[in-house]
Design a protein around this ligand. Sequence first.
Ligand SMILES: *Cc1c(COP(=O)(O)O)cnc(C)c1O
Length: 501
Amino acid sequence: MTQILYNSTRNNQNKLTAAQAIVKGIANDGGLYFPETMPTIDLDWDHLKDASYQTIAKLVLGAFFTDFTEDEIAYCVDRAYDDKFDNELIAPLKAINEQVSVLELFHGNTIAFKDMALSILPYLLTTAAKKLKIEEEIVILTATSGDTGKAALAGFSEVPNTRIVVFYPKDGVSDIQERQMVTQEGNNTKVVAVNGNFDDAQTKVKELFNDQALNKQLKKQGFLLSSANSINIGRLVPQVVYYVYSYAQLLKNGAIKSGDQINVSVPTGNFGNILAAYFAKLIGVPIEKLICASNRNNVLVDFFNEGIYDRRRPFYLTSSPSMDILVSSNLERLIYLLNQRQDEPTKEWMEQLINKGSYQITQTVKEQLTDFYANEADDFLTATTIKEVYQDNHYILDPHTAVAYAVYQQYLKETQSQDRQNVTVIAGTASPYKFPESVLHALEVNTAQLSGRQLIEKLAEISQIEVPSAIKNLFDAPIRHQEVVEIEEMKDTILRFLIKY
Ligand SMILES: *Cc1c(COP(=O)(O)O)cnc(C)c1O
């Protein structure tokens, strides 16, 4: 098997092994690591249709991370995708009707799709560090506005040779999000509220990563700072797995025949999930159209239609908050690839995005975006979609998944003259239990008098789906983290936790 190296999207000469790229996260030049060549995988569907999620994960991860041994990949996969998932299929595919299925990516620790990657990243990271003979204990440092923090905490909790410190803005996260974090178990975890907003906390964390004195002191004590950033290649590649798996499951269920093309519709924010679907297409999964679904923050819709990325626009808070984003970092990888892997223009466009707030791709690159269809759904359409799918199919979508469903329907309408429609997989990125208030609103239930716990009970009554344990235990779990600090105290807090002075 040929070795695959990873180079920066902003400098083709800057090359690392997968293990090095996973430990490094982001390149010094600001670029994202990209496989020098796409792996060739023998996708034997006859065999894959009966394979477990874990088997497919080993196949895909092994093909991308060629410097990891088979045993190392197996170790990571088996520890990540175990009974912390509340469904033994890990990512079950639920048919809504003959044409469309929801790929449920929300059966992990925090009942949302980031668990798919954050369950395995800690193992990839510690295995990579061991391979590289890094002896220090890895300390993950994160500022969070809510969801990623909890998914990272759950992923790293009790993972040997790691610690994790998460800072969140005291008044900047929802009650449920705060409760999820402050009840986090695991002696290697630390959750701290900060008096300040998310940007203040984030800026301070970035400053601490670059604080030479701090890094030196920590190294002396046996610690190495790292991040669980969403652009890490160790988060992207595990997401390719479930697109391979979903094609195999469609074959198994008889929804498609071998060789049939499918479409996927993905509720998109940072462009990581849909890029993973594109990687799946590139390694040979028969995916025809990639439907990129946005909420009212429609910067990607304009990009796909006009070839111009322009972040200079109002920012809206929507009912699908995990997609409220103006800069979709992972898009850099798509642009780099479609521009024949040219590093110079990629670097230039990304600098323009920072300095000017926008960039325009060339006509040649724009013409290659035809594998994608992009459109948007506002909160009203999202709510209507939740209600209609419930009424017609007795399936309850969360607001993010509903955005993908609504945009899929727009695509269908625009292409209905075609005599053949592909079976479509909708990426289901969150459980409705994560957003009970929006979901009940959409179903026209009056929620005004209901407490957090009552919202959950009401949703359980309507959906007849068992409340996930991640939610069930939340209201009774003991509070384990209570510290509130000022921004200036963040550094000391980290040192106290690690060194216990
Ligand atoms: C993060 C997230 C998304 C967006 O995924 P990207 O990979 O950032 O495009 C969509 N839905 C939910 C629930 C998420 O948590």
